[in-house]
Structure formats: structure tokens, C-alpha cells
Design a protein around this ligand. Structure first.
Ligand code: FPP
Length: 248
């Protein structure tokens, strides 16, 4: 932690939490055991991000595609979500963490949605870390929704197609109120984006680690941030331009 440059922290870190099933299988247990242990990693990483002063942390907790998993696993994940959120809301408040959710929340079971909205409401005055859960989320769904909203505005005469720019699209995504992540982490050795924040990660630094999610701890988060801090972010420019930005 001492090696982290606090003046160069990413303001937004997004994480694809992967490997719960394999972690459980390695131990001869059912997949759900992996998810249950993954909750401790969520706790650790949230606490670590808050301690460091990260402003936004987005966790891919359940994708649109995850609805296709065996029914028992889906139910177990939803139950875990409800119990974790109801148990942890007090801790979120104690740590000044504000909960948000992105995704097609109408698809969640009633109880899960109710618990989620209640925790979002109860933490809405907190000013520290913004913890954003991606639930029933997929980027293609999100972009499609944005396109529909924009198309309706055009249809109703509220928007001229000539005026559509990147800002129009950005402001119609679920993440409109958040900055794009500077750092995207994926655990478990997979090198895929899996329909996560496709628009928002256009210039994100990608960090892949073989660590399975239930083993991911604060130290692993710090390692990812250190790797990020050692990279040069050029946004399409040359290194020389970055050194002398005024006459670039
Ligand atoms: C991916 O591992 C993980 C998930 C689909 C679920 C993530 C959920 C949690 C960590 C627990 C609940 C979260 C909150 C925020 C309360 P996988 O099952 O795809 O693992 P595998 O690739 O090894 O099969």
C-alpha cells in the first residue's frame, strides 16, 4: 500500500469478478460455495477501495447472460444478494459508502429489487465511495436501451439527429452520472470483457489476474492499482505530446 501514489489513483475501478465456480470445484464443493466465499472478497475490496479514497467501484455481480445458469444457482445468487445487502447496509453507512445499481433491475425477483432499492435509498446521503453493482446487466442491453430512448426523442421532435454526439449516447447509459473507469480488473485468468461496460472502457487500462475471485483480497487490489500507475495513458497521443501538452 505504501508504494501506491495517492495523487495518481484511478477515480473509477470496475471489476469482473470471475472464478467462483472453479474455486469451489477445486475444493470439491458446489458452485454456490464459491459465490458465498466471493462475498468476503466483495467486502474486502469495497473496504480497500474506500480506504484508498477511490471514488467509484463497479462490480459485475450478475450479467444478463447469467439468467441462463441452472435455476438453483440463479436462486442461490439472488438469495445471497438479498442477505448480503440487508446485512451490509449498516456497514455501508458506517463507512460513508453510497450504493448504486445498474442493469435491468425490473428482471430481479421482487424481494431482491426491494432490498436493493431500500439500501440504495438508505445510503443515498453518503458522500464517500460510490459502490455500483451491475445486476442483470449487459452492455449490449444498456446500449440498446439508450438507442431506444434517443430514437424516441427524435420521433417526438425533442432531438435533431444532427445534434447526436458521443455525449448524447453517454448521457443515456445507466452510468451517465459516473466517470468512465480508468482501470478494469478481471480475475480468474480469463481474458474477456463479457459484455461489460463496452462503451465506458474505450480507454480503460485492462488488468488480468489468475487469482480466482474468492481469493482476491485488498493486497490484490493494490497490486492492480500499482500496475495501473506504472502505465502511460496516451489516449491516442504520442509520449512526446504527453510530456509537452501545451504545444502538442
Ligand atoms: C463469476 O464466477 C461470479 C458470478 C457470476 C457472481 C458474482 C457474485 C458474487 C461474488 C456474490 C454476490 C455479490 C454481491 C455483490 C453480494 P463464476 O461462477 O462464473 O465462476 P467460474 O467461471 O469459475 O464458473
Amino acid at each position: 500500500m505504501s508504494n501506491i501514489d495517492k495523487s495518481k489513483l484511478p477515480s473509477h475501478i470496475a471489476i469482473i469478478m470471475d472464478g467462483n465456480g472453479r474455486w469451489a470445484k477445486n475444493k470439491g464443493k458446489a458452485r454456490v460455495f464459491g459465490h458465498k466465499n466471493g462475498v468476503e472478497s466483495v467486502r474486502q475490496v469495497t473496504e480497500g477501495a474506500a480506504e484508498l479514497g477511490i471514488q467509484h467501484l463497479t462490480l459485475y455481480a450478475f450479467s444478463t447472460e447469467n439468467w441462463n445458469r441452472p435455476k438453483a444457482e440463479v436462486t442461490a445468487l439472488m438469495t445471497l444478494l438479498v442477505t448480503t445487502i440487508s446485512k451490509e447496509t449498516k456497514t455501508l453507512n458506517k463507512n460513508n459508502i453510497r450504493l448504486h445499481a445498474i442493469g435491468n433491475l425490473d428482471n430481479l425477483p421482487n424481494l431482491a429489487k426491494k432490498e436493493l432499492l431500500s439500501s440504495i435509498e438508505k445510503t443515498s446521503n453518503n458522500t464517500g465511495l460510490n459502490l455500483i453493482l451491475a445486476l442483470s446487466y449487459s452492455s449490449k442491453w444498456e446500449i440498446t436501451q439508450a438507442m431506444k430512448t434517443i430514437a424516441n426523442k427524435v420521433k417526438n421532435g425533442e432531438l435533431n439527429p444532427e445534434e447526436i454526439n458521443e455525449g448524447t449516447i453517454q448521457s443515456n447509459l445507466c452510468t451517465a452520472q459516473f466517470p468512465d473507469p480508468e482501470l478494469l480488473i478481471r480475475t480468474s485468468g480469463e481474458h474477456r470483457i463479457s459484455n461489460f461496460l463496452l462503451w465506458q472502457i474505450a480507454y480503460s487500462e485492462l488488468y488480468f489476474t489468475p487469482t480466482l475471485w474468492p481469493d482476491f483480497r485488498k493486497a490484490d487490489l493494490e497490486e492492480a492499482i500499482l500496475s495501473y500507475q506504472q502505465r502511460e495513458r496516451r489516449f491516442g497521443k504520442t509520449s512526446e505530446q504527453l510530456e509537452t501538452p501545451t504545444n502538442a
